[in-house]
Design a protein around this ligand. Sequence first.
Ligand SMILES: C[S@@+](CC[C@H](N)C(=O)[O-])C[C@H]1O[C@@H](n2cnc3c(N)ncnc32)[C@H](O)[C@@H]1O
Length: 420
Amino acid sequence: MSQMSSEVLLSDSLEAMKKMQSSTIDMVYLDPPFFTNRHHSAINRNRTQKFSFSDVWNGISEYAEFMEDRLKQIHRLLKDTGSIFVHCDKNSNFLLRGLLNDVFGEDQFRSEIIWTYRRWSNSAKGLMPAHQTIFFYSKTEQFKFNRIYCPYSETTNVDQILQLRARDKFGISSYATNENGENVYGGIKKGVPLSDVWEIPFLNPKAKERTGYPTQKPVLLLERVVEISTEPGDLVLDPFCGSGTTLVAAKILGRRSIGMDCSEEAVDLAQRRLDSLEKTESALMKKGRAAYINVDSEALALLGGLDIVPVQRNAGIDAFLKISIGNSPVPIRVQRQGEHLFDAANKLAKASQSKNAIRAILVRTHEDNTLFSEIVLPENIVLVDATAFQVNQTISKLIANFLIAHTATEETSRNHYELF
Ligand SMILES: C[S@@+](CC[C@H](N)C(=O)[O-])C[C@H]1O[C@@H](n2cnc3c(N)ncnc32)[C@H](O)[C@@H]1O
């Protein structure tokens, strides 16, 4: 297989895997039949193609044997640094957990990921199912794992973001303090490590990436699996690839992939998806992030392009730069419309002092309407002009220069005329 390719094989996954070399795969994700004892079928958007696959078994032993044979092959194929992600739901999670413990070993259990999503309604009596399970096991302790950090929740205050934590002699974690009892600044933290509960929306009927394949999973979900467990160029295997979601996610993220499916229409579809990559972004996931960012979106928009951590509930500071000066954080604030520069600077200076910042940046957005032309700002404040402010200043100067030049020309030509 070439350096950056994706391959889709029409085959029973067991037969195809038996032909592959041991220890060659970096990560396997599988979304096998879930033991629903149903035929799954669905139709594409313009109703030109019907897709289906069977999930009907002669009892649970047949299903268990089917899965065990394939899990053993996957174990053989994985490199020592590799991991497996097994997607299932309430129909088979109890069985698959046991099989994974047998084949990979209980010690290699890493996480039970809960993929949760909103559903519209459910007529059945009882609680509405709103999650599926992905079991994450590694082949050895040397498994690859990339940390992902998520934004802090809107209730996180600025001290939680900045201050170092330490354990006391009883092992209890609290803010670290120095010999004077003052809190110690610990640098900007990256966010909250990704948890094992993933809220990613189900594909809605109008989603661009929706193919009509039954039980198709969202690319965003597979991207996350690929992202945490592999590096660019790594080889990903999906032995039940269906419409090819894993392969699409792998290709978007620059990983190589092999997909297998025993259905010809699935293989054709997966191939077509790889030829024209489509991913539906989630408004919900974005809205979540935006809602966290800040109430004052206008001020934050002016900080666009900077690597910052926005700050909630602080009258003096809008954000911190992710880079610090020595060990000192760099707060930043935008002057609000109608706010005097002096007031903005004072609020920032006061808030910065309590965060031990040696320098703080104030973004000036307008000229103050004040009698005093010279304002002395607090010492630690560095003033930077917003782009719009600079453009307004420049254009005012250009207009003034133009008017002066124009008046001068008129004067000269009048004098010239009078001379003759
Ligand atoms: C739940 S679907 C996978 C859906 C896929 N994750 C997606 O996003 O489109 C399970 C797939 O396994 C395939 N399958 C079932 N038995 C198989 C076998 N023995 N070998 C290979 N594929 C099989 C079915 O054809 C079906 O496409």
